[in-house]
Design a protein around this ligand. Structure first.
Ligand code: CUA
Length: 166
C-alpha cells in the first residue's frame, strides 16, 4: 500500500504531539523535586492577619520559619500583602534541603498568587483562607517567589526569594 509522504509526516507529527502532551501532564504531576500542592489549611479571620494578632489564630503563626512539632521538618508561615511576601521579600526564606517543608500562606488584603519559579508549587492566596502544602527540596538552590494574580498597581514588583540550604 502506498502511503503519501505528507500523510506519513502528519502521522509522525501527531505522535510527537501526543507524547509531548503526556509528558506535560507527567511533568506537572511530579515536577523537579517538589510535591503536589494541596489546600487544606482552613480559614482565618482576615482581621487577625491585617492586625498581626496571630495568637488569636489556631492554624497560623507570626510570619517566619519554625521547626515542626515532630522535629523532622519545618513550617513556614507567609503573609502576602500589597506588594510583598513576609517573609521572602525583605529577606530570603531559608529552608533545609531534604526536609519536609510545610508552607502556610495567607493574604492580608487582596487575592495574591504564590509561585516558586521553575516548579509546580503554585497556589492562589486568598484573604481569609490558609493555603497549606508540603514540599521537599532534594537539592540546594535559590527560587524566585512570584505573585501571579493581579493584585494592584504594584503587582509586577511583588516577588521574593526562597533559599534551600544544606
Ligand atoms: Cu500580589 Cu500580584
Amino acid at each position: 500500500m502506498h502511503v503519501h509522504r505528507f500523510e506519513k509526516l502528519w502521522f509522525g507529527a501527531s505522535l510527537v504531539l501526543i507524547v509531548a502532551f503526556i509528558g506535560t501532564i507527567v511533568y506537572g504531576a511530579v515536577g523537579p523535586g517538589v510535591a503536589m500542592v494541596g489546600d487544606d489549611g482552613g480559614t482565618i479571620d482576615p482581621d487577625v492577619v491585617a492586625n498581626g494578632n496571630y495568637e488569636r489564630a489556631d492554624n497560623f503563626r507570626a510570619p517566619g520559619v519554625y521547626e515542626s512539632s515532630d522535629g523532622d521538618g519545618v513550617d513556614v508561615y507567609i503573609v502576602a500583602r500589597q506588594y510583598l511576601f513576609d517573609p521572602g521579600t525583605a529577606e530570603p526564606i531559608e529552608v533545609p534541603r531534604g526536609a519536609e517543608v510545610t508552607f502556610h500562606v495567607t493574604a492580608a488584603d487582596v487575592t495574591h498568587g504564590f509561585n516558586l519559579a521553575g516548579t509546580n508549587v503554585n497556589t492562589m492566596v486568598i484573604p481569609g483562607q490558609v493555603a497549606t502544602f508540603d514540599v521537599t527540596f532534594e537539592e540546594t538552590g535559590e527560587y524566585g517567589i512570584v505573585c501571579h494574580e493581579y493584585c494592584g498597581s504594584g503587582h509586577h514588583t511583588m516577588e521574593g526569594q526562597l533559599h534551600v540550604v544544606a
